[in-house]
Design a protein around this ligand. Structure first.
Ligand code: HSE
Length: 423
């Protein structure tokens, strides 16, 4: 049995989930891997906080140096959150040749490349499965099952809080504010929910997925980000009337013209499996050359699902320690060229409007009169008997989304435009 010594920094939801799984599944892990994980110490900010019974025999400390200076510690688990402090900690750990497992998506999305370089230079591993989609092992899947496959599209529900809010608006008829309050009560949304509701959390996860799937590093400024703060129940209902579910989607689409990167409310036809993903669940749709379309679904947050992803990383690192296996932090896919960023093409849109569908359809046709698209456009109207109405606009050829959106927004009665995710 190989004893692997770990130090944990942070003992919140994820950190305590890691301890719990390592304790409760010790035998299962040992049977399959021949590894025994020993928690040397957990570094915490508040030693006076009351902790669960299964944490009672974990040695606690407040000084990170106690772990970094201890040569017997093999792996540092960073689950404290924050960016700057965590970055300094991880840099120091990698420099003193300790392997690192982290759940920190903000950090990996922003500094993954430089941390990966530092890890490689020092011959140690840097793993971050828990940073994307909680319990879904999507990074491991992309890293292994897609080694011989060319991915061209990643699309997903990458934020549990916003999916919970949209589901509650849809199923319970709650307003955005009521649904946000419910998300906070359930512990999904932070007291400051900005990162979730404004789409930044999903954008960080999308950047990490894009790097893993395509080998392309994406600064956040390259992602067009729109959150869900402005959505009203009428938007959800209008999309439904046209046969769609409104979802916050992260999309990374590699096309011949370039890569389209967006986090935005989009609509998904209700017959598509991704439209059925409810509440805090996440889903990642992967389209590729060999496998075709695959959808990976699971809990996007939570103590045990996220803790399990950290433990899976620990096991992987433990195995590389014993077998000198591959430690490079990203899939070794390298984009042949860095495709230029494109703002997006979509051939289908759902509009939410206040006018009646027939006169709005006429106005839309008139707005595009003379352009090729006007001959190819099909417009279907739904539910004119509400305070809102919705139209499905289908164009046979691709039209730049920005051009379409600008033209539509000049029409006084168009309240919102949602591209359709072709799942
Ligand atoms: N706030 C995140 C979410 C937690 O709601 O998905 C998991 O990253």
């Amino acid at each position: 049995m190989k004893n692997v010594r770990i130090g944990i920094v942070g003992l919140g939801t994820v950190g305590s989930g890691v301890v719990r799984i390592l304790k409760e599944e010790q035998k299962l892990i040992a049977q399959q891997t021949g590894l025994s994980f020993e928690i040397v110490k957990a570094i915490i900010a508040n030693p006076d906080r009351k902790r669960a019974a299964y944490l009672q025999d974990v040695a606690l400390g407040t000084d990170i140096d106690q772990l970094l200076d201890d040569k017997s510690v093999d792996i540092i688990v960073e689950v404290m959150g924050s960016v700057n402090e965590a970055k300094t900690l991880i840099e120091r750990a990698l420099t003193v040749h300790k392997h690192v497992v982290t759940a920190n998506k903000d950090l990996i999305a922003q500094y993954g490349d430089e941390l990966a370089e530092l890890a490689t230079k020092n011959g140690v591993a840097l793993r971050y499965e828990a940073s994307v989609a909680g319990g879904i092992p999507i990074l491991q899947i992309l890293r292994t099952a897609y080694k011989a496959d060319q991915v061209h599209t990643i699309a997903g529900i990458l934020n549990g809080t916003t999916n919970f809010i949209l589901t509650q608006m849809d199923e319970q008829g709650l307003t955005y504010d009521q649904a946000l309050k419910a998300a906070k009560e359930k512990g999904f949304a932070e007291s400051d929910p900005t990162n979730d509701v404004d789409g930044f959390d999903a954008a960080y996860k999308l950047a990490i997925l894009t790097k893993m799937a395509f080998g392309i590093s994406v600064p956040q400024s390259d992602i067009a980000i729109t959150g869900i703060r402005e959505l009203a129940i009428d938007d959800v209902k209008a999309a439904q009337a046209a046969g769609y579910e409104l979802k916050l989607i992260g999309l990374s689409d590699l096309t011949a013209e370039g890569i389209r990167l967006a986090v935005a409310p989009m609509v998904v036809h209700k017959n598509q499996p991704i439209a059925q993903i409810r509440n805090e669940h996440n889903a990642v749709l992967v389209k590729s050359q060999n496998i075709g379309t695959a959808l990976y679904v699971g809990p996007g947050a939570g103590q045990l699902p996220t803790g399990n992803s950290v433990v899976a990383d620990l096991i992987h690192v433990g195995q590389t320690i014993t077998s000198n296996g591959e430690v490079y932090p990203f899939a070794l896919k390298v984009a042949e060229t860095q495709p230029k960023r494109v703002s997006g093409n979509s051939s289908y849109w759902v509009l939410v409007a206040t006018d009646d569908p027939d006169s709005l359809a006429e106005n839309i046709k008139l707005s595009f009169a003379g352009a090729q698209i006007s001959n190819e456009m099909t417009i279907r109207g739904f539910d004119p008997h509400q305070a809102w109405t919705s139209l499905e606009v289908t164009a046979a050829s691709l039209v730049a989304e920005a051009h379409f959106t600008n033209t539509m927004q000049r029409l006084a009665d168009v309240k919102a435009i949602y591209p359709v995710l072709e799942a």
